[in-house]
Design a protein. Structure first.
Length: 132
């Protein structure tokens, strides 16, 4: 209260306070691949998270369809769409080509779990409580 009385010019009434409820609401409002990616990061068991690793786009689509059975029901999930989603959600993931069983495939080089979580927090614009 003292702060408001002494220097009200610094207060921006249009700025939402960063509270736990604000973070919870942002997480609950996630849909589609964004929701899937949050669950992947929360569980932390997508792959060996202590280092970066290559995963194909088709592998990601298969896991996403397994997570959301309605995904792709009315229209096919496009690799381009997944690439765009990942570019926003995990800016530290690098679009790349790699070999899986001697077959050249498109996919992503994902960072460690810690870096991926930091990128997701930057995407949301808030700190996520990962340890709950």
């Amino acid at each position: 209260m003292n702060y408001l009385l002494n220097d009200p010019t610094e207060l921006d009434v249009r700025t939402k306070p960063r509270t736990k409820e604000h973070v919870d609401q942002k997480i609950k409002s996630l849909e589609g691949f964004g929701r899937y990616w949050y669950e992947v990061l929360f569980a932390g068991d997508f792959y060996e998270w202590d280092e970066s690793v290559f995963k194909t786009t088709s592998f990601l689509i298969d896991l996403y369809k397994e997570f959301d059975r309605q995904a792709g029901k009315h229209a096919a999930i496009q690799m381009r769409t997944i690439k765009e989603e990942i570019a926003g959600i995990c800016q530290s993931a690098i679009s790349a080509r790699g070999q899986i069983s001697q077959v050249q495939s498109r996919g992503f080089e994902f960072p460690s779990l810690e870096v991926a979580r930091e990128a997701f927090e930057a995407y949301l614009g808030c700190k996520v409580p990962w340890d709950e």
